[in-house]
Design a protein around this ligand. Sequence first.
Ligand code: ATP
Length: 592
Amino acid sequence: MNYDLNELSKGQQKTSTLAGLGKLFQLIAHERRNLLLALCAILVTSTINLTGPFVVGHTIDQYIAPHNGAVVANPYHGVLVNCGILLCLYFVSLVTSYLQTRLMGGVGQRMLFTLRNAVFNKLQQLPVAFFNQNKAGDLISRINNDTDKLNQFFSQSLMQFIGSIATMLGAGIFLIAINVKLGAAALAPGLLILFFTMIVSPWVKRTNAKSLKSVGGMSAEIQESLHNFKVIIAFNRRDYFRKRFDVANKENYRTAIGAGLANNIFMPVYTLFASIAQLAVLTFGIYLISEGEFTIGLLVSYFSYTTNFYNPLRQLATLWANFQTAMAAWDRISQILAMETDLATVSAGEKEASDALLEFKNVHFGYGDNKILHNISFKLEQGKTYALVGPTGGGKTTTASLIARLYDPQSGTVLLCGKDIRSYNAADRSKKIGFILQEPFLFTGTVRENILYGNELYAGYTDEQLEQAIKQANLGNLLAMFDDGLETKVLSSGNSISLGQKQLIAFMRAVLRNPDLLILDEATANIDTITEKLLSEILNNLPQHTTRVIIAHRLNTIENADEIFFVNSGEVVRAGSFNDAMNLLLKGKRVS
Ligand SMILES: Nc1ncnc2c1ncn2[C@@H]1O[C@H](COP(=O)(O)OP(=O)(O)OP(=O)(O)O)[C@@H](O)[C@H]1O
C-alpha cells in the first residue's frame, strides 16, 4: 500500500472548499454553542456599525440641512440626543466585539488542541510502512505548522470574515433600499471583484499548498541532519548537508515569495474597484441631488454605506488569502486523518488444528516492488529456541517483523496459536510477542520508566516490588550494572548510556513482559562476551512455555538453539545442525 503523503497528493482529486469546510466543522461540532454565540455577537456589532450612518444622515436632513429648506428652531438639542444614542451604540459594539474575540480565541485554541490530538492519535494507529515512506520532519510540520495556520484563521480571522460579510450584506441592502439606481452603480464594481476572486482563488490555494509543502520539506531536512549529526561530523559531510539544506531553504524562499504575492494580489484590485465605486456614487449622487431626487444627508449616509460595503471587502481580501492558506493546510492535515491502516484486525475465522505456537504458511512479502520473501512456510513450537541466520540483507529482520506483525504478508498467512495473526488486537498480540529490536528505542526518563513502559502487569508496583520481580526473572545482575539502579537517567536521543546498556534495558523490558514468544534481533550485538553469557543463561531460564527466536551474526549466540533456519534470497530453509548452518554461511551464499 502506498503511504507516501507527498506522492498521494499529486494524484489526489482536489477537495472543494465547501467539502473541506464541512469536514472541518464536523471536527469542531462540539463548539456549536460558542460559534453561535460569537455569531450573534458579530451580527450585533455589524448592525450597530450599519445604524451609525443612517442616524448621521437622518440628523443632517432633520436638524442641519432639511431638504424643504425649513429652519429648525433648536437644532443642537436633536443633534446632541442623536450623538448620545450613537455613543451608547458604540459602547455596546465595544462589548460585543470583545465577547466575539474572547469566544473565538477559545474556539481556535480548542480546535488546535483537538486537531493535534486527532492527527497524533491517527499517527499512533498507522503501520510501520507509513513511517518508512514519510519523513518525520514533514509529519512534524503538518502537526505543528499546518494546524497552527488553521488556528490562526479560526481564532483571528473567521469572525472578522463573517462580520465583514454581514456588514457588507447590510450595507448592500441599505444602498439598494435608499436608491435603486445609485445602489446599482455603487454595487456594480463589487460584482467584478467577486468574479476576479472566483478566478484567482484556486491559484492562491495552490500556491499556498506549495509553500506549506516546502516548509515540510525543510523541516524534514533539519530533522535528518540533527538526527545524524554525529555521522555528519565524523565523515565531514557538513557541506553535503549544508547544500541539501540550502536547496530546501531556497525552495521554501521561492514558494514563500509566490505565496506572499498570491496572498497580496486581492488587496490592490479590491482597493481599485472600491475607489471606482466611490467615484460613481459621488458623480451620480450629485446629479440626483441637482435633479431633486436625493438629499445631502442621504448622500452623506450613502458615502458611509459605500465605505461600509467596500472596507470590509478590502479586509476580506486579506482574510480570503488567510482562508485559502488555512484550507491548503487543512488539505495536508486531512490527508493524514484519511489514511487507513492496512493492519486492520480481521475476523478470527476457523481456528486451525496446529501444534505450533506460530506458523508461516506460503508467505510472500516485499517492500513495494522489492520482493523479499517468497513462499515461506515454517513452524515455531512452544518452548523451543530458534535461530535465524544468514547473510546481511538476507531477510532475517523482515521475517521477524512479520512474526511481530509490523507488516502483513502480501499473500499467505501467519498463524499465532492456530489463528490468523491479523485477528488479534494490538494489545493481545503484544502481550504474547516480545520483540527486542536491532536498535532499541528508549524514552527519556529513568530505567524504571523504560522497563515499565507498556507493561501493565507492574504498573502499581513499588520500587521494592519491582526489584523483587526483576530478581525473580533472574535480571538482578543486569540491573546491578546501572550505577543508580532503577533511577538511572536515560535520554532517548542523548549519550547518557551506552548502546550496550540500552540493549540491556530493552532486554529487561521484554523479558519482564513474560511473552509466549520472544524475538531477539541482534539484541546482544553490542554486549561484551561475559554479559552475553549472562543473557544466554537468563534466556535458558525463561519459563518452560517461552519460545525464543534469536537473530544473530555471532554464531556462538545460537549454539544452544533447538533449530536453525537459514534466511537468504527470499527463502527460509532448515539449516539442520549448527555445523550445517556454519557450512551454509561459509559457502558464501549471497543475497541475489
Ligand atoms: N523498510 C524497508 N524498506 C525497503 N526495503 C527494506 C526495508 N527494510 C529492509 N529492506 C530490504 O529488505 C532486504 C532484507 O532486509 P533485512 O533487514 O530483513 O535483512 P537482514 O537479513 O535482517 O539483514 P541484517 O543481517 O543486515 O540485519 C534488504 O535488501 C533491505 O534493503
